[in-house]
Ligand binder design. Structure first.
Ligand code: ATP
Length: 242
């Protein structure tokens, strides 16, 4: 079912008083797709994402995520997606293992499932040596990789990544993206915001928001052709500068 839409958005808007932060955006994201959600600071990305993950009610328009409606099924959306940002990460004062158990419990996994997932995750991420260390003592790149895996513990159909690699070194970012590819190949949809234009190149399709509107949406290759430039950085600069 690779052609199934996991996210459907139609004319979605969010208005704060007399300010329109998100202005009638429309797009669909397919199963297993890596969808990059770009825009300058203040363009409206976070506001749009909050509506999609069920924590902010839209002012107008329609949207569904993982088959659930953002107005009437926000709780179901929260239970059926993964979410990771730099701001909401793991608990620094719990060990790696304790974090996995804690979040596994929150996601409703059984003890048996938590045990097998913990082993799997520790093996896959090569965390054997640090499994009993406090997360607070680990480098940021490690925390982000663990945090990504934890957000996938309950096998969500879609994972939302809000600037997941902010402040992380280039090698770790590359490794992080390898994890993203693997996850997408296994059929999970990836919705990712980033300010790194090299990361935009890794996405299947990229949307670029300017002042609340989606001004461009296509594959990186087509966007570069459309704007007659060599890289995504220049696509972004052309759009953001008008
Ligand atoms: P960044 O890359 O800096 O995170 P962003 O694209 O995520 O930016 P948003 O955080 O969505 O941008 O903000 C879009 C606009 O909406 C900004 O001008 C912001 O000040 C405004 N805004 C966001 N939340 C509110 C709110 N609760 N009330 C009023 N205005 C808001």
């Amino acid at each position: 079912m690779k052609n199934e839409n996991v996210i459907e958005v139609k004319e979605l808007s969010k208005i704060f008083g007399d300010f329109t932060a998100v202005n009638k955006i429309s797009f669909n994201v397919r199963q297993g797709e890596i969808f990059g959600f770009l825009g300058a600071n203040g363009a409206g990305k976070t506001t749009a994402m909050k509506m999609l993950i069920g924590i902010s009610t839209p002012s107008h328009g329609e949207a569904s995520v993982a088959g659930f409606d953002v107005y009437s099924q926000a709780e179901l959306i929260k239970n059926n997606i993964g979410y990771m940002s730099q701001k909401f990460a793991l608990y620094n004062d719990l060990t790696v293992k304790e974090n996995i158990s804690f979040f596994g419990g929150i996601y409703g996994l059984s003890r048996k499932e938590i045990k097998s997932k913990t082993k799997q995750l520790i093996d896959e991420l090569n965390l054997g040596e640090v499994a009993n260390q406090l997360v607070g003592s680990l480098p940021l790149g490690w925390k982000q990789k663990i945090s990504f895996s934890v957000a996938l513990l309950h096998n969500p159909k879609v994972i939302f990544l809000d600037e997941p690699t902010g402040g992380v070194d280039p090698i770790t970012r590359r490794q992080f993206w390898e994890m993203i590819y693997k996850t997408a190949n296994e059929g999970t949809t990836i919705f990712v915001t980033t300010h790194y234009m090299d990361e935009a190149e890794y996405c299947d399709r990229v949307s670029i928001m300017v002042d609340g509107k989606i001004e461009a949406l296509d594959t990186p290759k087509n966007l570069k052709e459309q704007f007659g430039v060599e890289d995504m950085n220049n696509v972004f600069l052309k759009l953001a500068r008008g």
